[in-house]
Ligand binder design. Structure first.
Ligand code: FPP
Length: 232
């Protein structure tokens, strides 16, 4: 796949869709689809490191995902916790900074502790920032940002004030948003931050996603003409 190393997207955000269908097709329980999805997360992180992509954000659990069965929800929490626990040393070696967006309060303590510990241990790294969106919703992020601004006593808000008070205040806006499985929706992901993101919807189910798919996506991104409302 021909890609131009000098214009990689800085920040790729991924809606990892199709885990359930991947599992159902194989006659497996849905949670095994999420388990296979973790391998795709690992492949993607390694591909980002290899190809010098500086920020990668994974939509792991949305504010709407609480509607799923307790068994499935718990399976996702366990996978995120175990992934971090099992890979923290490797992530430190590789210079990965762990970050999260979303409200962690409702999560099991062991997951929150594992995540906070990983954030603390990796806070000075900058080779690649990996952000897990957990109990994250774009509308919820905006509402919380506005409420923070109200509490600060602000009278008039600028776009910069909003950006600075979103969970992603320390991240650049995503250049490129990938949603796997062929669904073409944003599903309340980083609504404000995605104002000028390029969108890409491969048919691949998330557990099958690999470096080759990522490079194909990046090649498509590099063909886009990003004008931000202007004329070239
Ligand atoms: C969407 O597929 C996927 C999710 C709601 C969960 C994604 C979570 C993981 C891959 C585990 C996260 C782990 C780490 C380390 C970030 P779906 O279940 O909606 O699939 P379907 O549309 O085919 O049913």
């Amino acid at each position: 796949m021909k890609i131009n190393k000098s214009c990689m997207p800085t920040h790729i955000a991924i809606i990892m869709d199709g885990n359930g269908r991947w599992a159902t097709r194989r006659g497996l329980p849905r949670k095994l689809g999420h388990k296979a999805g973790v391998d795709a997360v690992k492949r993607t992180i390694n591909a980002c490191l290899k190809h010098n992509i500086k920020y990668c954000t994974f939509f792991a659990f949305s504010t709407e995902n609480w509607k799923r069965s307790k068994e499935e929800v718990d399976a996702i929490f366990d996978l995120v916790r175990d992934h971090i626990k099992e890979n923290i040393e490797k992530m430190i070696e590789k210079g990965i900074k762990i970050n999260s967006i979303g409200v962690l309060e409702r999560f099991p303590k062991d997951l929150v502790d594992t995540l906070n510990d990983a954030k603390e241990k990796t806070k000075d790294f900058d080779k690649l920032t990996v952000t897990f969106a957990l109990n994250y919703g774009g509308r919820d992020d905006l509402v919380r940002a506005f409420n923070k601004l109200i509490k600060q006593g602000i009278q008039e808000i600028t776009t910069q004030d909003i950006s600075n008070n979103l969970d992603s205040a320390n991240l650049p806006d995503p250049d490129f948003v990938i949603r796997t499985s062929g669904e073409q929706r944003i599903s309340n992901f980083m609504l404000y931050q995605m104002a000028y993101s390029e969108l890409y919807f491969p048919k691949t189910y998330w557990p099958d996603f690999n470096e080759k798919h990522l490079l194909k996506a990046v090649a498509a991104y590099q063909k886009r003409d990003r004008r931000y409302g202007g004329i070239k």
